[in-house]
Write a protein that binds this ligand. Structure first.
Ligand SMILES: NC(=O)c1ccc[n+]([C@@H]2O[C@H](COP(=O)([O-])OP(=O)(O)OC[C@H]3O[C@@H](n4cnc5c(N)ncnc54)[C@H](O)[C@@H]3O)[C@@H](O)[C@H]2O)c1
Length: 242
C-alpha cells in the first residue's frame, strides 16, 4: 500500500503512532521514521526499515536537522503523519494557563512546525500525503477538554488549508484528517473506568477502537489508493455519534 514510500510519523514510539509505524513497515515502505520524545519507546521499535529519532515536535531546529537527514538519505518525504498529541483535561474553571498552553503547543504548534518543514518540500517534489490525527472531540466537543478540543478542531482546519496550499503549481500533495473515537492506548489510562464504560455503551459497536483500526485508515489515506481524497476529515469511531 505504501510501497517504496518514505514516511514520517510523530509520536511514533507508542500507542496509535507506533502501530502506524509498524503498519507502514509491514506494507512496503522504503523507510519509516518514528519521531518521539520517548527515547526508550523508540529503542524498543524493531524492523530494518524503521528508524527512531528523538525529536520534540516543538523544537524547530531538531525538526529541520532530522528532515534534512531524511532528505539526504532518500531524496524526499512522501508521507507525514502528525500524530503526537497530549491531553491535560479539566473543566474550564479548573483548567490553568499551563494546561491550556501545553496542549495548544504540542497538538497545534507541533503540527504546524512539522508541516512547515515538510509540506513545502513535498510540493517541490510534486507529490505527498499529510495526515493529521484529530479526534471526534475536535468535531463534537467534550466535557473537560476545552484545550484538546480546540487543537483537534484546529488540525482539521490546517489539513483543509494545506489541501489548498500544497496543491498549487500542479503538485499532487494531499492533506486529510482522521478523527478517531476512543481508542485503546495508554492515553486513556487517565480516563475513569466509569467514563470508559459509558463510552462503550453509547457506541453502536459497544467497544473501544484498537490502534490498528486507526492505522488501517491512515495507511489507506497515505497510499495512492486515496489519490483523489484531499481536504477531508474521516471519522473512525465505531459509530459514536450515529
Ligand atoms: N487514544 C485515543 O482514544 C485517541 C482518540 C482520538 C485521537 N487520539 C489522538 O491520537 C494521537 C495518538 O494518541 P495515543 O492514544 O496513541 O497517545 P499516546 O499518549 O499513547 O502516545 C502519544 C505519543 O506522542 C509522544 N509525544 C508527546 N509529546 C510529544 C512531543 N512534544 N514531541 C514528540 N512526541 C511527543 C509521546 O511520547 C507518545 O509516544 C494523539 O494525537 C491523540 O490526540 C487518540
Amino acid at each position: 500500500m505504501v510501497n517504496g514510500k518514505v514516511c514520517v510519523v510523530t509520536g511514533g514510539g507508542r500507542g496509535i503512532g507506533k502501530t502506524i509505524v509498524e503498519t507502514f513497515a509491514a506494507n512496503g515502505a522504503e523507510a519509516v521514521y518514528a519521531l518521539d520524545i520517548n527515547n526508550e519507546a523508540l529503542a524498543a521499535l524493531s524492523g530494518d526499515t524503521v528508524h527512531g529519532e528523538v525529536v520534540n515536535v516543538l523544537d524547530s531546529e531538531s525538526i529541520r536537522t532530522v528532515v534534512e537527514k531524511i532528505i539526504h538519505a532518500h531524496g524526499r518525504i512522501d508521507v507525514l503523519v502528525n500524530n503526537a498529541g497530549i491531553t491535560r483535561d479539566a473543566v474550564i474553571n479548573k483548567m490553568d494557563d499551563d494546561a491550556w498552553q501545553a496542549v495548544i503547543d504540542v497538538n497545534l504548534k507541533g503540527v504546524f512546525l512539522m508541516t512547515r518543514e515538510i509540506g513545502p518540500r513535498m510540493m517541490e517534489h510534486g507529490t505527498g500525503s499529510i495526515v493529521n490525527i484529530s479526534s471526534v472531540v475536535g468535531l463534537d466537543g467534550n466535557m473537560g477538554q476545552t484545550n484538546y478540543a480546540a487543537t483537534k478542531a484546529g488540525v482539521i482546519a490546517m489539513a483543509k488549508t494545506w489541501a489548498k496550499e500544497f496543491a498549487r503549481k500542479g503538485a499532487a500533495v494531499r492533506a486529510n484528517a482522521v478523527a478517531p473515537g476512543f481508542i485503546n492506548t495508554p492515553m486513556l489510562e487517565t480516563v475513569p473506568e466509569k467514563v470508559i464504560e459509558g463510552i462503550k455503551a453509547k457506541t453502536p459497536l459497544k467497544r473501544l477502537g484498537e490502534p490498528q483500526e486507526i492505522a488501517n485508515l491512515v495507511l489507506f489515506l497515505s497510499s495512492d489508493l486515496a489519490s483523489y481524497i484531499t481536504g477531508q476529515v474521516i471519522r473512525c469511531d465505531g459509530g459514536l455519534v450515529v
